[in-house]
Design a protein around this ligand. Sequence first.
Ligand SMILES: [Mg+2]
Ligand SMILES: [Zn+2]
Length: 204
Amino acid sequence: MKDIDTILLDRDGTLIEERHYLRDPDQVCLATRIAAPWRRLAHLGCRFFLVSNQSGIGRGLLTLEEYRSVHARLQELLQAEGLSLQDSVFCPHGPEADCDCRKPRPGLWRRLVQAHNLRGESTVMVGDKVADIRFGHAIGCAETVLVMTGYGPKEALALGLPPLDGEVQRCPARPGWPAWQASDLAAYLTLLVQRKEHVHAHRI
Ligand SMILES: [Mg+2]
Ligand SMILES: [Zn+2]
């Protein structure tokens, strides 16, 4: 079993509830049930990073200042639960900019790798869109997770994934498919805790 120590999170529809081009800090709503497994994983040495496409900025639908105030609120909510992000990177460009940092392209990963000395083989990418999964594949991370929140159900249908039975399940190995499908972020983090504690117990 791969030993994951780096957790890359998409923002909208994954870490927080999906809102169309979110610009109001009062609309930030954390995904439920994440606090306990997140704290446990942090205790076990995992680091969390936010990797987000924010094309609303490039499209002129929200300003950089609005993005920053939303992010400040997100950090406040995380802090209240005893959670923290090691770093947060985002692409502010619209699709037409053809930049290197809009997921699924790997530009954001390269910024994190340089700043934090990350390794793809111990990294997981969690998101609610096909672009998140393709990003995970592009950066060569150990595993990818599609959550069934936000756009997840629609994207699972588009990919032709088998229906999710329970909280979390492994996907058959097919090109373009995620390694895991999870009902939400909490379901995957809980699985990761179980896997890590199992590995830990065997080492003692
Ligand atoms: Mg998303
Ligand atoms: Zn970009």
